[in-house]
Design a protein around this ligand. Structure first.
Ligand SMILES: NC(=O)c1ccc[n+]([C@@H]2O[C@H](COP(=O)([O-])OP(=O)(O)OC[C@H]3O[C@@H](n4cnc5c(N)ncnc54)[C@H](OP(=O)(O)O)[C@@H]3O)[C@@H](O)[C@H]2O)c1
Length: 255
């Protein structure tokens, strides 16, 4: 994957201590590079330790690779604790880990599949926020990776769409809960980006055309085009932004 992009050059997050889940590939890998280039210390989280080590080794700055499952509440607390122990505090938690199996209609979707998607995408994000909230102080940031499908669901993706819509409500409630502590909580809602998660759609010409046909800019997004939104929400520049959804979709929701 290409990560040597310079769109986010100029962002300065020096000294910011960041946890990034879903960091082993796709959007998370691009975010890891963008935050590291901006001077942040980044703790990378995903289940696959070798993938995390590969990403970590390629970063220009200080990084930790912490392998585990975001659905495990204890693991989330361990991550927060290890970051605080290593770097003396925690400033930003990005809940980006997610799964998006196309499971079909209600009769094809098993209860286990439904629960698994909600567990990773929604409960996993909440458990991360819960672990982070114990450490975040004034200027702290929670950023969730939502999706345009949380606003405009797709057939076959009810569980995924529900998880991402639920994430918006969760972020708004947490923005109220944590406002007094000086912590902001926001969602980035990506449109369609070229990552391993969307490979099946992108490689299928009919599906891919349906997506680009529904995108005002008539193309897929490059993960490097998404990173600026997170850098903004993690920085001082967004100090008065909370409970918001920042959509980065090339105009997908317009068409
Ligand atoms: N790509 C898009 O067009 C798009 C659009 C809208 C929203 N999103 C959202 O963006 C986020 C990242 O997507 P992506 O496209 O980068 O997907 P991806 O390439 O499949 O990467 C998913 C990441 O999440 C991690 N992950 C999955 N389940 C996990 C778990 N239980 N515990 C810890 N880590 C877990 C994966 O690592 P392991 O498998 O090693 O755990 C991987 O690092 C997701 O939340 C997705 O819903 C993507």
């Amino acid at each position: 994957m290409v990560v040597s992009d310079h769109r986010s050059e100029g962002a300065n997050l020096s000294g910011r201590r960041v946890v990034l889940t879903g960091a082993s590939r796709g959007l998370g890998e691009a975010l890891a590079h963008a935050f590291s280039r901006a001077g942040a210390q980044v703790a990378l989280v995903a289940r696959s330790a070798p993938d995390l080590e590969r990403v970590s080794a390629a970063l220009p700055g200080d990084a930790l690779a912490l392998a585990g499952d975001v659905t495990d509440a204890d693991f989330n607390h361990r991550v927060a604790g290890e970051v605080v122990a290593a770097w003396g505090g925690l400033d930003v938690w990005i809940a980006n880990a997610g799964v998006a199996p196309t499971v079909g209609g209600p009769l094809e979707t098993t209860p286990e599949q439904w629960r698994q998607v909600l567990d990773v995408n929604l409960t996993g994000a909440f458990l991360g926020a819960r672990a982070a909230a114990a450490h975040l102080g004034p200027g702290g940031r929670l950023i969730f990776t939502g999706s345009v499908l949380g606003e405009r669901p797709r057939a076959g993706l009810a569980a995924y769409s529900a998880s991402k819509a639920g994430m918006v409500a969760t972020a708004k409630a947490l923005a109220l809960d944590l406002a007094a502590a000086g912590v902001t909580v926001n969602v980035v809602a990506p449109g369609w980006f070229d990552t391993p998660l969307t490979e099946g759609w992108m490689r299928n010409p009919a599906l891919s055309e349906r997506i680009t046909g529904h995108t005002a800019l008539r193309r897929w997004g490059d993960p490097a085009e998404l990173t600026g939104a997170y850098l903004f929400l993690a920085s001082e520049a967004s100090s008065f932004v909370t409970g918001s959804v920042l959509t980065v979709d090339g105009g997908y929701l317009l068409v």
